[in-house]
Write a protein of this length. Structure first.
Length: 648
């Protein structure tokens, strides 16, 4: 996973466009960099200067800690030492310096990002939108509070990002790849290579002499990190849910009857009417329409004469309440007072003058209490149990606030306490390999490893409004290696494996040296050991290799990085030993056989050119803005971070 973040930071163009910036971090739930352009605070080590601005140690410490939090979302065991060891600290620092240089350059050259543009960026962020896809000010406020940011801090970061984008997009957009270059690469794709490949297995070569006890002990000491068990904790918890309060939260007969009465409209008899209607603009026109009906003309004919088509007048089947909403109370009252076939007199609403004909009447009998008793009881039980559960949570939190211990809360509320075995932050138990923490208890892991044994117990939500857990830390077992005696067999096997691999590498290199010295590859293999598996011949074109490059076996990857006649070795990723690769033939490609590859190659090279343009442009800006690094201060901060003594 650290390799993923390293790759993400290695492309400056990607960093500038997608941004190690506010929205990206808020959306993923991790703290955000605070204004990539605001590094002017003094009074601390200056790690770099960008024109008149400075990057200081406390500011970079904040960014590095936040970035580590981001990494730990995917790799919980990641540490600051790992981040520094893998070079992420230096890449992050360099990216922040470059981002500041671009912001300063953009400002000096008159580029700007308006408040309205920033408003649009914020409003379009999914993290701040409700289920309807609309910007929600409450979500926005809560997101900022969760990350301990104020709105201005977010706006400053977005403004910097937009300025950087204004610089990068024109500089990297639509790069043109020269045809001659595309042709050369296309011909290279058609190149065909042949090689002889053989494996020198560690299992065949063996470790040599049996390791002594002293050698096993020394190996264990040298590789102590490999065997160190991460910090483990015994978590004490008492889960409780709706069942805990079910017995005391049952619907009474009076509550059921009250609920039935309150929903009389739902459970009582219902009447729907199929209606036809015309709405006329004034009273005179409406009375003329009514006169035609009184004279014997049908409603349909009168409506047609008034300019209405059948779809215009047919309202379908409606309840009184529904019809009232689309007309008015007076119109609905008139229509529902008539028998089937009746026609209302002209009745006024805000829409005009209505004349309504009752085409049909349907009555649905009501549902008696007996038929809905169980349904009402379930609904009341659910509501009362959720209320009782919420009251129980509040009662427990109040008790904790007044100093009650875990055991006292469990006893006073008739809960059942349980202890996990010593587990790691991922929920595994090294002493009990078969142990599995129940999936619904996963929410207790992070808080359980954030709190200390002397902290008060806490309530954690397992399932909102349904299930909770009282949580405390019973015991903390610091990270430590086990006694050698407990893992001796594993250490011995690891030592044998490493020695066998080392001997396999030596033998493979000897074979390669002989082949590079002029010996036939088959003879070099045969002379090394009669027990080695045979060589295999392979022929493949570069275009076939490119199509499966990520999944191609390492010997094939190596053969496309070698000259004809050369022999090299490469470790088997599976740890079986070392491959020996001898390139026997290289046949150049002939683009005349597939001329369409030239244009395809131009398109495929374009993203690489875009990245290259972006990186060169960024470096030019750094030179223009007179970026200077304080290597002594950077080394000091790197050491402080590794030893957890960095300025905050």
């Amino acid at each position: 996973m650290l390799a993923f973040f390293r790759r993400a930071l290695s492309s400056w163009a990607v960093l500038g466009l997608l941004g190690l910036v506010m929205l990206a971090f808020i959306i993923t739930g991790v703290g955000t960099p605070s204004g990539l352009g605001g590094f002017g605070i003094g009074g601390a080590d200056k790690l770099a200067s960008v024109g008149r601005e400075s990057v200081t140690a406390p500011q970079v410490t904040t960014q590095v800690n936040r970035y580590l939090s981001r990494v730990q979302q995917e790799q919980p065991e990641a540490t600051m030492a790992m981040l520094i060891r893998d070079g992420l600290f230096d890449q992050l620092l360099d990216s922040l310096i470059t981002a500041m240089a671009m912001t300063a350059f953009a400002t000096d050259h008159g580029l700007a990002a308006s408040d309205r543009l920033i408003d649009g960026e914020i409003a379009s962020a999914p993290a701040f939108q409700n289920v309807a896809g609309k910007f929600d000010p409450d979500l926005f406020r809560r997101a900022l509070e969760a990350q301990r940011l104020d709105e201005q801090e977010l706006r400053d970061g977005l403004r910097d990002q937009m300025l950087q984008r204004q610089l990068l997009v024109p500089a990297t957009d639509a790069p043109r790849v020269p045809e001659a270059l595309a042709r050369a690469y296309a011909e290279l794709l058609l190149e065909q290579r042949s090689a002889m490949i053989g494996l020198v297995p560690a299992a065949v070569v063996g470790p040599g002499a049996e390791p002594t006890e002293a050698e096993v002990a020394a190996f264990f000491k040298q590789r102590i990190d490999r065997y160190t068990i991460p910090e483990r904790r015994v978590l004490r918890y008492a889960a409780f849910d709706l069942e805990q309060v079910a017995a005391t939260a049952q619907a009474t007969e009076a509550e059921i009857e009250a609920a039935y009465k309150a929903r009389a409209a739902e459970f009582g008899p219902t009447e729907t009417r199929t209606l036809s209607q015309v709405v006329l603009p004034d009273e005179r026109t409406a009375r003329e329409f009514a006169s035609r009906l009184s004279g014997g003309q049908s409603f349909a004919d009168a409506a047609r004469q008034a300019g209405f088509q059948a779809p215009d007048t047919a309202l379908g089947s409606l309840t009184r309440e529904r019809f009232e909403r689309v007309s008015s109370p007076s119109v609905a009252a008139a229509a529902f007072a008539l028998p089937k076939g009746g026609v209302t007199p002209p009745t006024r609403s805000p829409l005009g003058w209505h004349i309504v004909r009752v085409e049909n009447i349907e009555t649905t009998p009501g549902r008696p209490l007996a038929s809905v008793r169980d349904e009402l009881a379930r609904e009341i039980n659910q509501r009362k149990q959720e209320e009782a559960l919420t009251a129980l949570v509040t009662r427990i939190e109040d008790a904790i606030g007044q100093g009650a211990s875990f055991d006292e809360v469990v006893r006073d509320n008739q809960l059942t306490a349980r202890d996990t075995p010593p587990i790691t932050a991922t929920g595994s138990a090294p002493d009990q390999p078969d142990f599995r923490l129940a999936p619904d208890l996963a929410p207790i892991l992070k808080p359980g490893f954030d709190m200390s044994p002397d902290e008060d117990p806490v309530i954690e939500t397992l399932t909102s409004n349904q299930r909770y857990a009282l949580l405390a830390v019973s015991r903390v077992i610091p990270a430590a290696p086990p006694p050698l005696a407990e893992v001796r067999e594993r250490v011995h096997a690891d030592l044998i494996g490493e020695r066998s691999l080392a001997r396999a590498r030596t033998m493979a290199q000897q074979i390669a040296d002989k082949a590079n010295g002029g010996a036939a590859i088959r003879d070099a293999f045969r002379q090394a050991s009669a027990n080695l598996p045979g060589l295999e011949s392979l022929t493949i074109s570069r275009i076939d290799f490119a199509q499966r490059q990520q999944a191609a076996p390492v010997p094939i990857q190596l053969m496309f990085r070698m000259a004809k006649g050369k022999t090299r070795i490469v470790a088997d990723p599976a740890g079986r030993g070392y491959f020996v690769v001898n390139v026997t033939e290289v046949v150049p490609g002939d683009i005349s056989k597939q001329p369409q590859l030239v244009e395809m190659t131009r398109r495929q090279l374009a993203p690489s050119f875009r990245t290259e343009y972006g990186e060169q442009f960024a470096q030019a800006i750094r030179r223009e803005m007179n970026v200077k690094r304080n290597e002594e201060a950077i080394a000091r901060l790197r050491s402080q971070l590794q030893n957890n003594t960095a300025p905050q």
